[in-house]
Design a binder for this molecule. Structure first.
Ligand SMILES: Cc1ncc(COP(=O)(O)O)c(C=O)c1O
Length: 365
């Protein structure tokens, strides 16, 4: 049996190591995982009750159109229901956009260090990816614009950018959109939207009225704390959302995920409290990195990227053995480690282990 020739050399996505695996491998009783930008505060207490109501309905298919959840989100975002599509994580929306809009010979533009799923899906569709170097960890929108040709179909902008954490501002984005041909789709990936406190940060959904080519992606995996349930969404013009729906599987989100997301959305107090605690966590980690004399990118999501000034993969390994999982192995940033902002206790354990690992010492959680 032969797979399609163009997928033979595609890499398999490498997720952060699961806690259970690290515990077993190194015989550890406690592991602190700050590798996948998950919410250390769990999820809204309202979610549990909403899920319990679904427990007797597993024999029934979910609502393929997620009608109730869509209506609740449409109200929350002040858009129409036909402007929203849900997916098995925003990962799936990225795949569906690529499936619906990219073909062989098409070009799509993205930063050279950004969320890897844009490129992997473009590869699957045989589209050509043009990767534009970040400048100081930030999207270079002028260079992205200069790379547009008559074959460009999509520009992906990750805002805040994963892994660097930088943002493009409202003015920068508007100026970019004003100069871009309206036939080119701009996907604004706002997976970390709810964490951002910078007043210059644009809310992509508010640009939809003026820019018909914008599609915004968000997720319930991050601040809402529902990563395991796999539910995210896209918002755009109704005609674009319809095209994406045409290539969607009929039942791509589960009953549990839909009920949980609806309950989570209704609890904005939880979201606010997570945002505030995250901001405190960023301040703590940044001040510790400053104390250690290490440069870090400005953090706008729930993670920070810091220059360790040594092989980050080796440092990562020393920390792993001591039960702290962060993220290293960024091709263009070999000395940088990305750490998710944890709870105050997790952040302290991280810093203690990090500092000892920096000095090559043994540390114990
Ligand atoms: C920038 C960005 N976009 C999208 C996703 C996908 O999230 P999910 O599929 O869980 O919604 C992630 C996950 O880490 C991310 O960092």
């Amino acid at each position: 049996m032969q797979p399609k020739a163009h997928i033979v050399d595609l890499p398999v996505y490498q997720p952060g190591k699961p806690i259970e695996e690290v515990q077993k491998e190194y015989g550890l009783s406690e592991v602190v995982k700050l590798a996948s930008n998950e919410n250390p505060y769990g999820f809204s207490p309202r979610v549990k009750a909403a899920i319990e109501e679904e427990l007797t309905k597993f024999n029934l298919y979910p609502d393929g159109g997620a009608v109730e959840l869509t209506a609740a989100l449409a109200e929350h975002l002040s858009v129409n229901s036909d402007q929203i599509i849900f997916g098995c994580g925003s990962d799936e929306i990225i795949a569906l956009i690529a499936r619906a809009f990219l073909s062989e010979g098409d070009e799509n533009i993205m930063a050279d260090a950004t969320f890897s799923v844009y490129k992997s899906n473009a590869d699957i569709e045989k589209a050509t990816s043009i990767e534009i170097p970040l400048q100081g960890g930030k999207h270079d929108l002028d260079a992205m614009l200069a790379a547009v040709t008559d074959r460009t179909k999509i520009v992906w902008i990750c805002n805040p950018n994963n892994p660097t954490g930088t943002i493009v501002s409202k003015d920068e984005l508007k100026s970019f959109l004003d100069r871009l041909p309206s036939s080119v789709m701009v996907v604004l990936d706002e997976a970390y939207f709810e964490y951002v406190t910078d007043s210059e940060y644009p809310d992509g959904t508010q640009l939809l009225a003026d820019y018909a080519n914008v599609v915004v992606l968000r997720t319930f995996s991050k601040i809402y704390g529902l990563a395991a349930l796999r539910i995210g969404y896209g918002v755009g013009q109704a005609s674009v959302i319809r095209s994406i729906n045409q290539v969607r599987e009929p039942f791509n989100t589960t009953r549990i995920a839909q009920a949980a997301a609806k309950a989570a959305l209704a609890d904005q107090e939880f979201v606010q409290s997570c945002r505030e605690k995250n901001t405190e966590g960023i301040k703590y980690l940044q001040s510790e990195f400053d104390r250690l004399g290490l440069v870090h990118f400005p953090a706008n999501g729930n993670f920070i990227m810091v220059d360790t000034k040594q092989s980050a993969v080796e440092l990562f390994q020393r920390m792993l053995q001591k039960g702290v999982i962060a993220r290293a192995g960024f091709k263009l940033y070999p000395t940088y480690l990305r750490v998710t902002v944890g709870s105050p206790r997790e952040n302290e354990i991280f810093i203690r282990t990090f500092e000892e690992a920096l000095n090559g010492q043994e540390a114990n959680v």
